[in-house]
Design a protein around this ligand. Structure first.
Ligand SMILES: *Cc1c(COP(=O)(O)O)cnc(C)c1O
Length: 396
């Protein structure tokens, strides 16, 4: 009886999730309909406890596979000397950002954290937890950090140390902060390598831009830029079926810190507790199995899908925005029914759809028809002109 009830609940959950995923458009999840790892592996506890490069004495680990995941991403992020980098799986993108800022704060204890107003909220939140002083910089119309505003802010911080958190693919507009211009700006303002730490939050696009040949190097998340860390999410472009993240950091940054911990006879950086081994296997299976070719093809198809969505929305007369190479399309927020059906993310009258690899042309067209119907309906309503659409329009 109990078993039957349990199975009914689990079956219902499966049916509900699959149905929701069929019309999902609002969040950057690569919704595969099958696990990348064989089911028998779920019979085992897998726990990578502590530093993946140190390991532990118990046998429930997949450290070697974790190091392989890091090595794969190091290549994509153009680390020319692999040994000069350290990395780890994180609980999610938020956790990876938290770790990056922790390393930064330990390296530069009195630094001010500079980030754009469009940075993910995990950045200012982590700064609060770590008690780092912050300074938010305005963005340009595309949603990328304004280099001019950054320059002014940096001037006001003259003589101090800075941590700069850039975003590769902002959550709200899919904008890419210009890494090369930011570094140039830092140099001009006197923030040389010893006086700065630059983190790139690439939750979505650190697994998108490296596969777009035409994208400018200036925005590419790459250690060929003089940056210190890059993070990404495992459940976004990579397609792991559970939330997870990855962080890669220049080893010299973590070395000193880990040396201190080693002196205290701890094998890791203190808070590196149990880590999800199944997530590591899923990341590894996706990266190795799908490969650079697979992700390149996915990204090309998603870009085409995003273009189709833009054309469809323009076709019905709706204003919309898409940044170069972004998979994110922003448009005026439709009625609640459509927001729920397509699980759109909404913010201040704007909604976004993100064309991930599981989003089919059919789904885009279906959404286009529904949206077009709603758009023409609201324009027929007598009070349409008096409704305040200016905030929406000013965003495009
Ligand atoms: C999704 C996202 C995050 C947070 O990742 P979680 O895995 O949800 O914690 C951070 N930054 C950006 C830009 C994101 O898009």
């Amino acid at each position: 009886m109990v078993g039957e009830c349990m199975n009914a609940v689990l079956d219902r959950t499966d049916v509900r999730l699959r149905a929701a995923h069929r019309t999902h458009l609002g969040y950057p999840y690569n919704l595969l309909d099958h696990s990348p790892i064989p089911p028998n592996l779920y019979d085992n506890l897998i726990n990578n406890l502590g530093d993946p490069y140190v390991g532990s004495r118990f046998g429930s680990d997949v450290y070697e596979i974790e190091r392989d995941v890091i090595a794969w991403l190091r290549e994509v992020w153009q680390c020319h000397d692999g040994d000069a980098y350290w990395g780890s799986i994180a609980a999610n993108g938020t956790d990876a950002n938290m770790w990056a800022l922790y390393f930064a704060r330990e390296a530069l204890p009195s630094a001010v954290l500079v980030h754009s107003v469009e940075a993910h909220h995990s950045i200012p939140t982590a700064a609060r937890m770590l008690q780092i002083e912050t300074m938010a910089v305005p963005c340009d119309a595309s949603g990328a950090i304004s280099i001019q505003a950054l320059s002014c802010r940096l001037e006001s911080l003259s003589g101090r140390y800075v941590i700069v958190a850039l975003t590769c693919g902002t959550a709200s507009k899919g904008a890419h902060d210009n890494i090369a211009d930011t570094l140039h700006c830092l140099e001009i303002q006197g923030f040389n390598r010893e006086r700065r730490f630059v983190h790139v939050d690439g939750a979505l696009s650190a697994m998108v831009l490296p596969f777009v040949k035409e994208a400018s190097f200036a925005v590419r998340p790459s250690f060929a830029h003089e940056i210190d860390s890059i993070s990404t999410c495992g459940h976004k472009m990579i397609g792991a079926p559970m939330p997870c993240g990855v962080l890669v950091v220049r080893r010299q940054i973590v070395k000193r810190l880990f040396f201190e911990f080693a002196c205290r006879r701890s094998t890791d950086a203190g808070l590196m507790g149990s880590r999800n081994g199944h997530a590591i296997l899923a990341l590894w299976a996706r990266l190795k199995g799908h490969g650079v070719e697979g992700f390149t093809a996915d990204v090309a198809r998603c870009q085409k899908g995003a273009q189709l969505l833009i054309r469809t929305l323009r076709g019905v007369g709706a204003p919309c925005l898409r940044n170069d190479y972004a998979l994110t399309v922003v448009f005026p927020e439709p009625c609640e029914r459509l927001v729920r059906k397509y699980q759109l993310a909404v913010n201040e009258g704007m909604a976004r759809a993100i064309v991930m690899p599981n989003v089919t042309e059919d789904l885009i067209q279906q959404f286009g028809r529904d949206y077009g119907q709603w758009w023409s309906d609201i324009h027929e309503q007598p009070d349409y002109e008096s409704r305040n659409f200016t905030t929406i329009r000013s965003g495009f």
